[in-house]
Design a protein around this ligand. Sequence first.
Ligand code: AMP
Ligand code: GLY
Length: 418
Amino acid sequence: MHIFILGSGAREHCLAYYISKSPMVTQLSVWPGNAGTNNWNIPKPESIDVLDWIVSLHVDFVLLGSEDGLVKGYVDYLQKEGVLVLGPNQSGARLEGSKAFAKTFMERHQIPTATSKVFTRQERLEAEAYIEQHPLPIVIKADGLAAGKGVTVAMKREEARQALRQLWEGNVFGAAGDQIVVEGFLKGREVSVFVLTDGKRYCVLPEAMDYKRVGENQQGPNTGGMGAISPVPFYTENVKKYIINKVIEPTILGLQKDGIDYRGFIFIGLMVDGDQASVVEYNVRMGDPETQVVFPRIAEDFLPILLEAAKGELSKTEIQVRPNCAITTVVASAGYPGAYKSGLEIEWPNDMPAGVQLFCSGVTQKGDQKVTSGGRVVSVTAIGKTIEEASILSQETAKKIKFDGAFYRKDIGKIYGD
Ligand code: AMP
Ligand code: GLY
């Protein structure tokens, strides 16, 4: 089979790496890719639109890594052209593309989540009044896609007022901020749960925890993710049961009731408090860097399962998972998540210890030299018997990836309490 993967992050490198191992694959193509996917990268003629180009390649299966294409309706287009593709159509992708849609979906289907109210720009006075009387902390979210930066968790009322001003006066997220969601604060610890569904049946993948803040001890601004672990110690059997019964089942049934034919990943961000959990957000794709710890733990050829989901014929409800621990540490460019330099030469480790795999994101090949081309540069995944073992292995390798200003969090694997 000829498989095509769209994307250029460490997530897509990881997807490509594991999919390439499947005996079903005769050809693998990645675009735009990065230096890590060099073996599979193919060039796109500039003159042609990306979707028309994919159709013209006559591949057997397409995987879309990020939410952008899903929210824009790439799946609808490709399906119309007869291409087998995994991912929700535009209607399903609203679970991530509109936080207001996700909240009303959860309310409609009684899925536990923070209380919330949606306001449009025209309802500014009402929004301001609501913020003034709401207990603190309070959470202000831009409705649309904002690259993970559209959320303010305000500890003080003035921060909430400022968030509103930035959205509606500063216009920092443009149309993505036309509507806002004002939400109650959820306490607890966050876990990322991944579900693969064909619209009717589903498999739950290994869970993960993302280290979102740029600095150690959960300090500094939010990033796309500075590291991840799997399994997650506080994701107990009871928590898992709660999430399956109260969140996953009603989500799949809710999609069906709403007439949405959802075939793809649902990545549910949840706040766990004791044995219970509430949904923080839905994403309609795999996470980055979570994929880099989830895929290494899948113990069987995942490609046939992905194909079944895309065809609406999922035959499994369980997947085989390795009992080991996976940790990924992200090596990033100085300045990230703000402005950073690109084109810096990277010193690459010569030999990789057993159990370590590098997944590239902001890495470009320039002749024989690898240079930086992004905020997050390399995701260093290590497998160990315990979190400690995997953490040491991942950190020791991250230390060997050198470029001017390279940094990484030294606490990936530490579990912060609440
Ligand atoms: P989101 O983009 O909705 O996932 O929000 C980004 C981050 O903000 C989440 O990963 C949480 O850490 C935090 N967050 C969002 N909503 C809430 C909430 N209602 N209560 C507490 N923290 C939240
Ligand atoms: N790491 C969070 C995300 O992929 O959305």
